[in-house]
Design a protein around this ligand. Sequence first.
Ligand SMILES: [Fe+2]
Ligand SMILES: [Fe+2]
Length: 485
Amino acid sequence: MSHLFEKLKIQTRFLLLRLARELKKSSHSLPVIRESKSLFAKEIKIPVFVSSVCTVALIYLMLFIVFGITWRSMIATAIFVAVNVILFVVQIKNKERAIIRDNDAVVLMSFLFIIAVLICQLVKEYSSPFVTPVAAFSLMGAILLSQRIGVLYAVSLSLVVAFLNDVRFDIFLVILCSAIAVITNISSIRKRSDFINVGIKVSVVNVLIITMFYLFDTYGISQFEYNLIYGILNGSIVTVLLLVLMPLFEKLFSRTTNIKLIELSDFSNPLLKRLMLEAHGTYHHSIITADIAERAANVVNENVLLARVGAYYHDIGKLNNPQYFIENQTLGHNPHEALTPEMSKLILISHVKDGAFLARKSNIDNEIISIIQQHHGTTSMYSFYHRALEENTNVNIENFRYQGPKPQTKVAAIVMMADSCEAACRSIEEPTAARIKDMVEKIINNKFIDGQFSECPITLKDLELIKNSIISTVTGIYHARIEYK
Ligand SMILES: [Fe+2]
Ligand SMILES: [Fe+2]
């Protein structure tokens, strides 16, 4: 039997090494975006130290309940907790530094772990350990925080469950394999109904591993049947927990997941539908901007889905006065001709505020609202400024600037550049590759000189990569247009 366990341990090690390689490959496409808005819309600062101590104290308590308070159990528990803490600290410190800076993420990480451990203990008391929904909590960790955190949860929680159940290796392996099976395939989860497939996958993996242990004579037939039923039931519990808890955690901890972004990118969304019907020019501009932004985000390893969805919604504020924006003036009539430059300026500025208001009213996530608010930064409206100068030479250009804020994230800066480049290149009469290149370079350089990127963590190398990507995408769109004329 010991030979068998040795073999299984080697297999588990091999599985974990393979998983680490897979994670390394996919680490640039984290499924999570951190939001500025915090728990219950108000920043609640819980120091990393406090949340960590609470989590560690809970594990201590659970293990003491199981093993009793003796010197031996205290030392054993201390070693177990230390191994877990080191596992988390090393990984987070080296690979997930952004999580340490994000208070909500740290609180969520501890909160999820504490709930998971409590549920494990509850399940142990009243049911079979094979029902323990570690896969659900690991997947929530992977979707809401990062894939790496999900794997850490899977390993740590499986160990906790095994320890709570007389250090049983079969329980550890069943729970770990089902959790890892769903985390490694996280990219296939694109909508909430995919959680049903997750549950099915968990049940199938449980059945396979439990059968394997039965064939190795670990259980008798009646125990095997009993474990099998609970292993299958585990899949359903995982699905229910994911469907119920995920939206709750998304809301409570202001997490914008890729699932939420995919839901927002659906064109049946009322705001996008309105844009299509009431401001067709803006709708078309937003779609092309989204293509440009998505490709640019890809070259600097930023969240491509956030860039795409942010671009879809960046100009929804134009819905209030679509005819005042050039892309919607199909009949050549420009209502600004009848307005003073100051009035025109106010209408243009208002599309940023109106956009944020409309998005908030429609429950669009804060991450998208930030992009809407930042997509013009504090850039100036030159055409209206020059018109105002013709009437009054004392006009200050500072009065003809958008009110900001400037882009605070790389994605917001990418949407800003994509937006301006799309609008400018659209207006080039004969868009040759050279003209498009000159125009994109001019726009990005001017924004840089104007200090629009001074508040976001974008580097000169990023700007160069983004510029080349925009030139290539825009050339593909507009240069092709004249070639086929
Ligand atoms: Fe805009
Ligand atoms: Fe725009």
